[in-house]
Write a protein that binds this ligand. Structure first.
Ligand code: UD1
Ligand code: CA
Length: 464
């Protein structure tokens, strides 16, 4: 096995007690994705011989949440007895394979792939048997400390709870990322005891054991401490999101995207943005693709959607599972629900809701409408307050509005029905059947005016 292709072992079986949650810690979302997905993405980018995850009673939850990662090998840890015990549970899976193993704590997800690559290379370059990643923290509370001798060589990792007063002053912390020669790792793990404050088998004790066997141990200090965050509680979870979000925003700004008041904008790691996209404050972009020149005003939320070039989203739009055609103008305050597909140049104004519908090129609904389960053609003009009555209490029905139709304000279509090409629908009409192409449909009471009615009413009231 080449030294550069380690087996990867992710430790994810812990209880995550400090999260105070029924959800497994590694599945808590960080920027709209389970924590573990971020780590699996990074691990997948590194050359590796196999990818293994230690799980416990969260096995089902984890396997379900990570089903899209096909090449994962799950290792069971029957009860969480410490990080050393977790690794020992992978003995059968890993030892016969030999080589090296990169051990990653499941709650340390902000390491960059290039940092991990450099770590793996330094292990090989130093000819080390064991390597660990360390970082300098202004506030090292909660982390294991790296103890070094007078010459600066690593001696041991000491868990905070087991530290003396002087040891607690050390600001170099153990990140929770290690690389070991597989045989040496398991031989040392056999010697790990539970004589510590937490009565657990600590993986970190392996370092001291290797040193006592005169094996060479390499401590690799990283420059950017934000990569070293371990997510133990909800505060660290929020901090991880803040860091990741900041990195993604910086990335997109460098790629030619303008963000106004950037710290209020969230772009998740699956989203793709093109050049000259401009986004105002308080927007969320989740698993979406935004093409060039799109302008997004403040307070928009875009999920699982594609926004084509030149679209203008006015303030407060909420888009879910939708595809918006080029040069369309939407909003302010509009809702596209799943299954909405808009062709080029569509104009939908304030308080318009569209669901599971296709709207053709250059069609408009400028104010206050609900369009659900509809096929709307090109050049259709829908007036104010139009509603597709698509639901009969049991089933949903489709409305078809063909090219060039004009629908007057305050109209409804009781689906299923079709309005033929070029037809007109008079204002205030409730359609209950098809309209032939080119026809005018009108369905409302004839107006009657009772002359002098108000005066007569008032004089009658006076007499009473
Ligand atoms: C661990 C390190 C500490 C380091 C810190 C970095 C040990 C003993 N301590 O502490 O030196 O500074 O990470 O973030 O390793 N896990 C299991 N099975 C278990 C216990 C834990 O799979 O029986 C998993 C957890 O799910 C977690 C990871 O191992 O993903 C680390 O465990 P955690 O309890 O968070 O360790 P820390 O106390 O943070
Ligand atoms: Ca931790």
């Amino acid at each position: 096995m080449a030294a550069t292709e380690p087996h990867i072992l992710i430790l994810a079986a812990g209880m995550g007690t400090r999260m105070k949650s029924t959800i497994s810690k590694v599945l808590h979302p960080v920027l709209y994705r389970p924590m573990l997905h971020h780590l699996l993405d990074v691990a997948s980018k590194l050359p590796h011989a196999s990818l293994n995850v230690v799980v416990g009673e969260n096995r089902e939850q984890v396997a379900e949440a990570c089903a899209e990662y096909k090449a994962l090998n799950y290792v069971d840890q029957p009860s969480p007895r410490g990080t050393g015990h977790a690794v020992l549970c992978a003995r059968e899976a890993l030892q016969k394979k030999g080589g090296t193993v990169l051990v990653l704590n499941g709650d340390v997800i902000l390491m960059r792939p290039e940092t991990l690559s450099a770590f793996v290379e330094s292990h090989a370059a130093k000819g080390a048997v064991g390597s660990l990643v360390s970082a300098q923290f202004k506030d090292p509370r909660g982390y294991g400390r790296i103890l070094r001798d007078g010459a600066g060589r690593p001696l041991a990792i000491r868990e905070e709870k087991d530290c003396s007063e002087t040891e607690r002053q050390v600001s170099e912390i153990n990140v929770g990322v290690y690389l070991f020669d597989t045989d040496a790792l398991f031989e040392s793990l056999e010697r790990v005891q539970t004589g510590n404050k937490q009565k657990e088998y600590y993986l970190t004790d392996v370092i001291e054991i290797l040193i006592s066997r005169a094996e060479s141990v390499n401590a690799f200090m990283i420059a950017d401490p934000t990569e070293a965050l371990g997510i133990n509680d909800r505060l660290a979870l929020a901090e991880a999101e803040r860091i990741l979000s900041g990195r993604l925003r910086a990335y997109w700004m460098r790629e030619g995207v303008s963000l106004q008041v950037p710290e209020t904008i969230t772009i998740d790691s699956r989203s793709r943005l093109s050049r000259d996209v401009q986004i105002e404050g308080n927007c969320r972009v989740v698993n979406s693709s935004i093409e060039s020149g799109v302008y997004i005003e403040a307070g928009c939320r875009i999920e699982n959607s594609t926004i084509r070039a030149g679209v203008h989203l006015k303030e407060g739009c909420y888009l879910e599972d939708s595809d918006v055609g080029p040069n369309s103008t939407l909003g302010p305050y509009l809702h596209l629900r799943p299954g909405t597909r808009l062709e080029a140049g569509v104009k939908l104004g304030n308080f318009v809701e569209v669901k599971n519908s296709h709207i053709g090129k250059d069609s408009k609904a400028s104010h206050l409408s609900y369009i659900g389960d509809a096929e709307v053609g090109a050049d259709v003009n829908i007036g104010c307050g139009f509603v597709t009555c698509n639901y009969d209490g049991t089933n949903k029905h489709r409305t078809v509005i063909e090219d060039g139709v004009f629908v007057g304000s305050d109209s409804q279509t009781v689906a299923p029905l079709t309005i033929g090409k070029g037809a007109y629908v008079a204002s205030g009409t409730t359609l209950t059947r098809d309209v032939p192409p080119g026809a005018l449909a009108i369905a409302r009471l004839k107006q009657t005016n009772k002359e002098g009615f108000v005066a007569r009413l008032k004089s009658r009231k006076k007499k009473d």
